[in-house]
Design a protein around this ligand. Structure first.
Ligand SMILES: NC(=O)c1ccc[n+]([C@@H]2O[C@H](COP(=O)([O-])OP(=O)(O)OC[C@H]3O[C@@H](n4cnc5c(N)ncnc54)[C@H](O)[C@@H]3O)[C@@H](O)[C@H]2O)c1
Length: 294
């Protein structure tokens, strides 16, 4: 199947990156949000990224303008009707995703493929909400999409071979390193990464080190590009808590349970980088560690 037009539902942290990466690969893109404010914020991030690329001489102005010209922002899911592939990157909440898929299934042309960017929710359950489970798969991008090379392509029970081929081909056309995996909670990366991040928080709670010390230790001792608590802030603490909830329910193992500190930060509206505060405060020039209990 030849892909020309890609729909992206959600223009948050992941959706704006998927929209930009798709447009940079030459696809026509339509990206939706629930409010004009959220849409403007997401498109604004794309504009900023492209301007930075021009400034650094990585892309010329005409190409950046062409990329932006291929992206149509919308509040109307009706604009997805003629998409060949629709990827959802909305909030990590199953009822929200199911409602969206039911709506899109009645709008988008029948032979189009649907993909979820979920980090932890069952792909099969979302596929079953549509009349096209054979053309439904998982496409799990990583944050920031513009920079992270991996794409997990997820096969659910009913995903047809041809649909997997579409997913792999799409990922490769974006220049991604593609790994095929199965519809198990967390797939490959989050199955391994999420317990590690949650253990970083538990370690902090138990006093093994300060926020900064834990991050410094894992960078200098394990060669990680960023420490676990910084990475929690980058992922988004609300998203991490949702993923932990799904994985804890699926596996029933305490290593997947959201620690009290994570729950408190989310309840206080501190979601990490995207809200300006999490384990660090991002209001100044450089992040400053804050006591998550305060
Ligand atoms: N944050 C990460 O590191 C990461 C990595 C890989 C995958 N994911 C997954 O990507 C998805 C999105 O996560 P995010 O981090 O971008 O969250 P986010 O909170 O930054 O963005 C989600 C966006 O979806 C919008 N939205 C909600 N319902 C919508 C609807 N019906 N139609 C259109 N837009 C809608 C919200 O307004 C919000 O802007 C989740 O499923 C998450 O698990 C996240």
């Amino acid at each position: 199947m030849e892909l020309e037009k890609v729909g992206v539902a959600g223009c948050g942290l992941m959706g704006h990156g998927i929209a930009q990466a798709s447009a940079e690969a030459g696809y026509e893109v339509v990206v939706s949000e629930v409010s004009q404010e959220a849409l403007d914020k997401g498109i604004g991030k794309i504009e900023k990224q492209l301007a930075k690329g021009v400034e650094k001489g990585k892309v010329d102005q005409a190409d950046a303008d062409a990329v932006l010209g291929r992206i149509q922002g919308t509040l109307d899911t009706g604009d997805f009707a003629d998409c060949d592939l629709v990827i959802e990157a909305v909030t990590e909440d199953l009822p929200t995703k199911l409602e969206l898929w039911k709506e899109l299934d009645g709008i988008v042309k029948e032979d189009a493929c649907f993909a979820t960017n979920t980090s932890s929710l069952p792909v099969a359950e979302q596929a079953a909400a549509t009349g096209r489970p054979g053309r439904f798969l998982g496409l799990h991008f990583f944050n920031p999409v513009q920079r992270m090379p991996l794409l997990e392509v997820i096969e659910a029970d009913d995903t047809e071979t041809g649909t997997m081929e579409v997913g792999v081909g799409f990922g490769e056309s974006l220049g991604k390193t593609v790994v095929e995996t199965k519809d198990k909670p967390g797939f490959i990366v989050n199955r391994l990464l999420v317990p590690y991040l949650l253990d970083g928080i538990r370690g902090y709670e138990e006093g093994i080190g300060s926020v900064e010390e834990i991050d410094i230790a894992m960078k200098a001792g394990a060669g990680h590009p960023m420490g676990p608590l910084t990475l929690c802030d980058v992922v988004g603490l609300d998203t991490l808590a949702s993923i932990a909830g799904v994985m804890y329910e699926a596996f029933g193992e305490s290593r997947f349970e959201a620690p009290a500190t994570l729950q408190k930060l989310v309840a206080d509206g501190h979601y990490g980088v995207k809200s300006g505060r999490g384990f660090y405060d991002y209001s100044g020039d450089a992040p400053v560690a804050v006591d998550p209990g305060s």
